[in-house]
Design a protein around this ligand. Structure first.
Ligand SMILES: *Cc1c(COP(=O)(O)O)cnc(C)c1O
Length: 399
């Protein structure tokens, strides 16, 4: 508890508590096997898992009334107090009229967001484009940088080949950086400079738009989430304890594009491999790199022209007005060997994004995937989480 005159707050908390839980299955296992192994070996009975949840009341019934009303019309109102009943929606997965209605509601929500973006930022976004959403605190481990570098990659592909085939995309970011977190602020600057360049380039015929929504908070989340087609959950595997944005987005019919990290794994288990797009390093691969080394970002940069092209753009003036910030990001990737494996996952992420593009071309199938996601969001209710806390933790403490 006391080490070199420091008080280790986590250690103090564990010793002083009767129960210690991780907030998703992978995270709980990492606590037991890696982070808190000695504590676990000493007092295994203290450790348990309580996967996080969110309130369907706020994130569906209140913020997406049209979808909520459609669901109630199809399966009655019982799902509102017992979200597991959403599963009954699966009976409608091949009903063309229902799938079309889900698509129409998504379109309406995209139009509402497009109107907000036009009024606030004077950017024209097309509600028929894929709304690709990454909204969460700005942090290196959450890898907004991977998303931004991929946008830069698409931009180059479009410039080099005007017939490059892709569905129009609107990339939407929302994120705050902690006051003293300089690299995070550099990444915000990078996204905004990239947006400025791409949004005003007539050569790419509006195929890509990039929007950074300021002051990300719950109210903004309630506006953005019902309008999302793609949910970006692309943290470096092992780093995201659970995530809850991932749950809010799936229950609004967004398709998750994810690493197998945090609760993304449990979303995968619920919806099955056909209704989610997975990419990137596994937890074991990341743990092995951290323990034994063996990763060289510089080697990757030197051997892969796609990676070299986007990394060079950080420092060659291609994107205006970010000289200092671009250098800082470049150094985090190359000089300091890319601690969050952004470049290591890049190729795999590009392929996963190509898969999203192909899937979106079949609207009926896409809407069916959306339905399956909504139908299997019941387990992520915070009512379930709180019931587990009450049963396994708070009540047990009183025995
Ligand atoms: C849900 C939520 C978060 C958490 O998002 P993650 O993607 O899980 O990091 C953060 N901020 C706001 C405003 C939220 O609504």
């Amino acid at each position: 508890i006391i080490d070199n005159n420091d008080i280790k707050m986590a250690n103090l908390s564990i010793v002083g508590s009767h129960s210690v839980n991780g907030v998703a299955k992978l995270h709980t296992e990492l606590l037991k096997k890696e982070v808190l192994k000695d504590f676990y070996d000493h007092e295994p009975e203290k450790f348990n898992n309580k996967t996080n949840g969110i309130a369907h009341r706020r994130w569906l019934i209140s913020s997406n009334t049209e979808l909520s009303d459609l669901i109630t019309g199809l399966i009655s109102e019982d799902w509102k107090t017992d979200t597991r009943k959403l599963k009954e929606l699966e009976a409608h997965r091949h009903d063309k009229a229902v799938l079309e209605k889900i698509g129409q509601i998504k379109y309406n929500n995209k139009e509402r967001l497009a109107k907000f973006i036009k009024e606030k930022y004077d950017i024209d976004v097309n509600p028929n484009s894929i709304f690709d959403v990454q909204i969460k605190r700005l942090h290196a481990y959450k890898r907004q940088l991977l998303n931004a570098l991929h946008i830069l990659h698409l931009y180059h592909e479009l410039l080099e080949n005007p017939n490059f085939d892709m569905e129009a995309r609107t990339f939407i970011f929302g994120a705050k950086a902690a006051p003293g977190y300089y690299l995070a602020k550099c990444i915000i600057k990078f996204i905004n400079s990239l947006a400025e360049k791409i949004n005003n380039d007539p050569r790419i015929d509006n195929k890509i738009k990039v929007v950074f929504i300021e002051n990300y908070d719950v109210s903004k989340a309630e506006l953005i989430i019902p309008a999302a087609d793609v949910s970006e959950q692309i943290s470096t595997t092992t780093k995201e304890a659970s995530g809850t944005g991932n749950m809010k987005l799936m229950m609004n019919g967004a398709i998750t594009l994810a690493t197998l990290d945090g609760a993304n794994i449990e979303i995968f288990d619920q919806v099955g491999e056909d209704n989610i797009v997975i990419f990137g390093l596994s937890a074991n691969e990341v743990l092995n790199y951290n323990k034994f080394g063996g990763y060289s970002a510089l080697d990757l940069y030197n051997s892969n022209r796609v990676i070299k092209r986007v990394v060079d753009d950080l420092v060659n003036g291609f994107i205006p007005n970010m000289e200092k910030e671009g250098r800082q990001i470049y150094d985090s990737l190359i000089t300091y060997n890319d601690e969050y494996f952004v470049l290591r996952d890049m190729e795999n992420y590009i392929e996963a994004q190509e898969k999203i593009d192909r899937l979106y071309k079949n609207k009926e199938k896409w809407n069916e995937m959306a339905l399956i996601n909504i139908a299997n969001s019941g387990v992520f209710s915070s009512d379930r989480t709180i019931a587990e806390y009450a049963e396994d933790i708070w009540f047990k403490g009183c025995e």
